[in-house]
Design a protein around this ligand. Structure first.
Ligand SMILES: *Cc1c(COP(=O)(O)O)cnc(C)c1O
Length: 398
């Protein structure tokens, strides 16, 4: 079903799902096959084509169903789904950049994007790059050059939760004749639909909120068909970043409940942020849903329905006490990733290699927490009891 005229939750359930013609099952089956039957005379087929069914690296049934769902949810014309969020990011860069091109990128991009733009592309492929504070629009404007081909930003940024004004950056990029790519993983299409704001290439790590169950990796790029077709050819068919049919199916399955889960993530994360700011042992809380967050009003203007499920915070405590606090948690799990059903926390320490780029309060060491869809009271009580057991003061029992 095309989804036209239906609301977001309805499209999350129905778009991309089909009644199976062979069995009559009302759920699309998982098509685990590398190859598809060739026509009577296949000699004129384009073996690198991503149209039709030839070979699973050129695209498969489950991947196409997920692409249809995501293009609809994100509000874009077309979508390509790849093996991971990083496959989507690298696929975008390697498709649109060549030696001699220039890229302007935000100083709060995901570590993998930072590596590609700060090290790999300039050092090995002759691509010039400039990193700027993407919340400083004058700096961004000043960084643009005649050969600037791409502006890459991420908002809210991982792990600082820095907010960038999407509409303003679109204007600057397009004014200079550059494309803009945006990593929308933290907001997800539930909160922000960048194609509607003019973004050319919207990137999602499906590993996070869209799948939501922490059991499959995937990535997507959404945009105009002419741009997405190029990523499909370069990053998928020729570079081989194809997603497995099983993972595409799992992510489609997870996506059916995606809006329900996002409401809970946003609601619980805001409650957690409000709890944390009240604790005398908490040094700072970075969450765009707090009015005290420097990006709050811009976040409000481009995120509808909440501010996401991730926050960062620091404690008035030494290095060892941070680790003891984590070991005292009973429910929240110490692990990387985010957007899973379970709550996760990671101690990112005092000297993460990008610390010089982070706001100064992060320098004392910090946690990134992904608030899950458990009962908010249980997750908050877990933090409270762990602070107490670590000997750190709280505002008292619930
Ligand atoms: C996790 C993440 C990625 C990378 O996605 P993978 O699926 O792990 O490759 C990219 N951007 C952001 C903001 C992320 O949180």
């Amino acid at each position: 079903m095309s989804g036209k005229g239906y609301g977001f939750a309805t499209r999350s359930v129905h778009v991309g799902n089909e009644i199976d013609r062979h069995s009559g099952a009302i759920r699309s089956p998982i098509t685990m096959a590398n190859s598809y039957a060739l026509p009577y005379d296949p000699s004129e087929l384009n073996w690198s084509s991503a149209e039709g069914s030839i070979y699973t690296r050129n695209g498969g049934a489950n991947q196409r169903q997920l692409q249809e769902k995501l293009a609809s949810l994100e509000g874009g014309e077309d979508c390509v789904v790849l093996a991971s969020g990083m496959a989507a990011i690298s696929g975008t860069f390697f498709t649109f950049l060549k030696a001699g091109d220039h890229v302007v990128f935000g100083d709060n991009t995901y570590i993998g994007a930072y590596r590609l733009l700060n090290e790999l592309l300039p050092q090995k492929y002759g691509v010039e790059t400039t990193m700027v504070d993407s919340s400083d629009l004058e700096a961004l404007k000043a960084a643009m050059r005649p050969n600037t081909r791409l502006v890459h930003i991420e908002t809210p940024g991982n792990p600082t939760l820095k907010i960038t004004d999407i509409r303003a950056v679109v204007k600057i990029a397009h004014g200079a004749g550059a494309l803009i790519s945006l990593d929308n993983t933290f907001a997800s299409p539930f909160l922000t639909r960048p194609p509607e704001l003019g973004v050319d290439l919207t990137i999602e790590s499906l590993t996070k909120y869209v799948n939501g169950h922490g059991d499959a990796m995937g990535g997507a790029v959404i945009g105009k068909k002419a741009l997405i077709d190029r990523i499909r050819a370069d990053a998928m068919v020729n570079q081989g970043g194809t997603i497995s049919p099983f993972n595409a199916w799992l992510i489609s399955r997870g996506a059916a409940t995606f809006p329900l889960r996002m409401r809970q993530h946003c609601d619980s994360a805001l409650k957690m942020a409000e709890f944390l700011v009240r604790q005398p042992s908490v040094r700072f809380v970075a969450y765009p849903g707090l009015e005290s967050h420097p990006g709050h009003s811009i976040a409000k203007s481009q995120m509808g329905g909440g501010f996401g499920g991730v926050l960062s915070f620091g404690l008035h405590a030494d290095h060892d006490a941070h680790n003891r606090f984590v070991s005292n948690l009973k429910l929240i799990i110490s692990a990387v990733s985010l957007g899973h059903d379970e709550s996760l926390i990671a101690f990112l320490g005092e000297d993460d290699e990008r610390m010089h780029l982070f706001p100064k309060e992060f320098k004392g060491g910090f946690f990134r927490m992904s608030v899950g869809i458990e009962d908010a009271e249980d997750v908050i009580d877990d933090v409270r009891q762990a602070l107490e057991r670590t000997g750190l003061p709280t505002d008292g029992p619930r």
